[in-house]
Design a protein. Structure first.
Length: 276
């Protein structure tokens, strides 16, 4: 009996160590969340996929993905900005196709040519490059931005289409970019560790002939650990057709998202993160 139990534990550990699309963040890549507590179930879509975003055999962030809308619900990461070059290669998530495919993000080309996967098969579970071509007034908006990471591999990991939404072009290059690059620098002064969750609220419009949802809102929340006795938080939200960002408390954002999602009270961080 003990031998069987040990084998089951070993099998479980092996699975957790090598999986990409996982059963839960708590057991697979919890360290991207404050106190290792991910957002609650109020954000979960009808067809969720929990992805520990893996590139070159290392986890860089976590994404709850909506297979039906073909956009991420949110991406969670630790804020570690630094200088570096912006990648220009886009990747997809093989394990959204099925568990037998590679456990790290890959180029579409690699799946098509090395693994003989058809583009149609890739596109059934996620957005593909073709979906984001010939857009008007929109572009590929990162939830987890490459500029919040300090080396090339971690920046490259953000260039997966499972971390991308159709974002208003002016917002992406304007007020949202100002928040990512300027407000975050000011707000994180004195922070030892800053946990971030960035999300997108599904909207009523689509791109790519109805394949990929265009979010109605983008939002971001941060929980910053200054020291053992002091934790601070802040949040923002933006409508995805206006070039403006509204600064909120964490509690205000959670209440707003509770109304927008309509699935119960939203909680983005462990209760130790201040809501006021």
């Amino acid at each position: 009996m003990l031998r069987l139990l040990l084998l089951q534990v070993l099998a479980s550990c092996l699975w957790l160590g090598h999986s990409e699309v996982v059963k839960s963040f708590e057991t697979s890549c919890p360290h991207f969340f404050f106190r290792e507590i991910p957002p609650n179930e109020a954000l979960e879509p009808q067809k969720p996929a929990w992805i520990c975003q893996r590139y070159k055999n290392q986890y860089y962030f976590a994404t709850l993905y909506d297979r039906k809308m073909r956009i991420p619900v949110y991406s969670a990461y630790i804020y570690q900005p630094g200088p570096g070059k912006r990648p220009n290669t886009w990747l997809v998530e093989p394990q959204l196709i099925g568990p037998s495919y590679p456990k790290t993000m890959e180029k579409e080309w690699t799946l098509l040519n090395r693994y003989n996967v058809s583009l149609e098969k890739i596109s059934q579970s996620q957005a593909i490059l073709q979906d984001y071509k010939n857009l008007t007034g929109l572009n590929r908006g990162h939830l987890n931005p490459n500029g919040h990471h300090d080396d090339y591999s971690s920046r490259m990991a953000t260039f997966t289409l499972t971390n991308i939404v159709p974002q208003d072009e002016k917002l992406n290059g304007g007020a949202w970019n100002n928040y990512e690059q300027q407000t975050m620098i000011r707000r994180t002064q004195g922070c030892k560790t800053t946990y971030v969750v960035v999300g997108a609220v599904p909207g009523n419009n689509y791109i790519a002939k109805g394949r990929v949802n265009k979010p109605s809102h983008l939002w971001s929340a941060a929980c910053c650990v200054v020291d053992n006795n002091y934790i601070k938080a802040w949040a923002v939200i933006a409508e995805n057709d206006k070039n403006q960002v509204e600064l909120l408390t964490l509690g205000e954002l959670e209440d707003t998202l509770t109304e927008l999602y309509g699935r119960g009270q939203v909680s983005l961080f462990d209760s130790d993160c201040p809501r006021e």
